[in-house]
Design a protein around this ligand. Structure first.
Ligand SMILES: *Cc1c(COP(=O)(O)O)cnc(C)c1O
Length: 405
C-alpha cells in the first residue's frame, strides 16, 4: 500500500548487497531476527515487568520477556538481566541514574581516544549530568595503561569506573578494571556494546563475574535487533530495574525484545561461535593486508573485530578517505586516532570492522581483496572516474556473497 517506502526499502537492500560494509558497529541480522522485529509484539503496551504490569493482556509478553531474560543470563553468565533498554545510549544513562547522584564522578576513556559519546562527552547528557574524569591511552603503545588508571582512580575517588569502547582494537582487561574499581570503592561498569558477540563466543575476555554492571547493545557483533540490555550483580538488580522503568523509559519495545530472544538463541549455537572466531581472523587478515600496503594501524594491529587506520603516512585525511571510499562502494567511517592533531570533522583515522563482511561468508582471501580495493582507492582518492571503476568491481565482488537474496 506504500510504494514510496517499499521502493526505499528495496533501494536500501540493494545498497547493502552491492557495497562492502565495514562499519565496525554494524551487522546483518538474520531473517528470523527481522521477522520477530516485524511481528505483532509491536502492538502491545506493557509498562512494568513480568507479572507486574500496569496494563492488561500481557500474559504472552510476560512469557516472551522471561524467555529473553533467561537466555540472556545463560548466554553471558549474568546474575540479572534487563532486556528493556531501547538502545545503548539510554541504557548507559539508566545505569548512571541507577547507581549515581547528579554530579558524581565517573572515570572513563575520552571520546577522542575511543570512548563513546555517552561516556562523558560535553555535548552529551552524560557530560552535563555527571563529573567525568578521563583516563588516556599510552602514547607509545596506544593501549590502556592499567597502572595509570589505578593511580588516577586512587587520586580522584570516582563513584564509577567505565571501560568498554567504540574504537579500541585491542582486548580490554575487564578483570583488572573491576579490581581497580573495587580497590577504591567504585562501581565497575563494562560497556561491551561492540564486542558482546566476541565475548559470548569466548573470543574476548568476559567482564563476568567480576564487573558490577555490564551494558551491551544487541545489534553489533551480537547480530540481533537494534536495542540494548543491562546485566548486573543481584545486589544492584532492583536499582537497575527501577532506573530503566519508571526511571527513564515507558513501555518496552516488545517486538525488539522478542527479536533479542531470537538473537540470544542464535548466539548460543556452534555456528555463532565459529562466526565470532572468523570475525577476528578476518580483522587480523585485513590488518595484515593493509600493513603490507603501507598503512599504519593504531596499536600495530587488532585482536578484535575492528581496526583503526592512521592515514597520515598516506597523506590523505579521514574525511577525504571516507568520502572517496564511499564513492568506491566501501562503507566505513572516519575516526579520531589517539592524540590526533586533527579535528573530529576531519580526523587522521579510519575505523574498519569485519562483523558484516563475515556474516556474508567472507574469509581471509576476501580480506586481502578488500585491502587491495581500499589501497587502490586511497591512491586515487580525488579521481572520481577511477573510484567509479572500483565501485563496479566492488559490486561484482560483494554480490557473490549475498546477504538475504
Ligand atoms: C554503540 C555504542 C553505544 C550506543 O548505542 P546506541 O544504540 O547507538 O545508542 C554505547 N556504547 C558503546 C561503547 C557503543 O559502541
Amino acid at each position: 500500500m506504500d510504494p514510496e517506502v517499499q521502493k526505499l526499502i528495496q533501494r536500501e537492500e540493494q545498497r547493502q548487497e552491492e557495497q562492502i560494509g565495514l562499519i565496525a558497529s554494524e551487522n546483518f541480522a538474520s531473517k528470523a531476527v527481522l521477522e520477530a522485529t516485524g511481528s505483532v509484539f509491536t502492538n502491545k503496551y506493557s509498562e512494568g515487568y513480568s507479572r507486574k504490569r500496569y496494563y492488561a493482556g500481557n500474559e504472552v509478553v510476560d512469557d516472551m520477556e522471561e524467555l529473553a531474560i533467561e537466555r540472556a543470563k545463560k548466554l553471558f553468565g549474568a546474575e540479572h538481566a534487563n532486556v528493556q533498554p531501547y538502545s545503548g545510549s539510554p541504557a548507559n544513562m539508566e545505569v548512571f541514574f541507577a547507581l549515581l547522584q547528579a554530579g558524581d564522578t565517573i572515570l572513563s576513556l575520552d571520546l577522542a581516544q575511543g570512548g563513546h559519546l555517552t561516556h562523558g562527552s560535553p555535548v552529551n547528557f552524560s557530560g552535563k549530568g555527571y563529573r567525568f574524569i578521563h583516563y588516556s591511552l599510552d602514547r607509545e603503545t596506544e593501549t590502556i595503561d592499567y597502572d595509570k588508571v589505578a593511580e588516577q582512580a586512587a587520586q580522584e575517588k570516582p563513584k564509577l569506573i567505565l571501560s568498554g569502547f567504540t574504537a579500541y582494537p585491542r582486548q580490554v582487561d575487564f578483570k583488572r578494571m573491576a579490581k581497580i574499581a573495587a580497590e577504591v570503592g567504585a562501581y565497575s561498569m563494562a560497556d561491551i556494546s561492540h564486542i558482546s558477540g566476541l565475548v559470548v563466543a569466548g573470543e574476548h575476555v568476559s567482564p563476568f563475574p567480576e564487573t558490577d554492571v555490564v551494558m551491551t547493545t544487541t545489534h553489533k557483533t551480537l547480530r540481533g535487533p537494534r536495542g540494548a540490555m543491562i546485566m548486573c550483580k543481584e545486589e544492584i538488580a532492583k536499582q537497575i530495574d527501577k532506573a530503566v522503568f519508571p526511571g527513564m523509559q515507558g513501555g518496552p519495545h516488545n517486538h525488539s525484545n522478542a527479536a533479542k530472544a531470537v538473537a540470544f538463541a542464535e548466539a548460543m549455537t556452534p555456528e555463532f561461535k565459529a562466526y565470532a572466531g572468523q570475525i577476528v581472523r578476518n580483522a587480523k587478515a585485513l590488518a595484515e593486508g593493509l600493513k603490507q600496503k603501507g598503512f599504519r594501524l593504531v596499536s600495530g594491529g587488532t585482536d578484535t573485530h575492528l581496526l583503526l587506520v592512521d592515514l597520515t603516512p598516506k597523506k590523505v585525511t579521514g574525511r577525504q578517505a571516507q568520502l572517496g571510499l564511499e564513492k568506491a562502494g566501501i562503507i566505513q567511517n572516519m575516526n579520531m586516532i589517539p592524540y590526533d592533531t586533527r579535528k573530529p570533522f576531519d580526523p587522521s583515522g579510519l575505523r574498519l570492522g569485519t562483523p558484516g563482511v563475515t556474516t556474508r561468508g567472507m574469509k581471509e582471501p576476501e580480506m586481502e581483496k578488500i585491502a587491495d580495493f581500499i589501497d587502490r582507492s586511497v591512491q586515487h582518492i580525488e579521481d572520481d572516474a577511477y573510484l567509479e571503476g572500483v565501485k563496479q568491481e566492488v559490486k561484482e565482488f560483494a554480490t557473490k556473497f549475498p546477504v538475504y537474496r
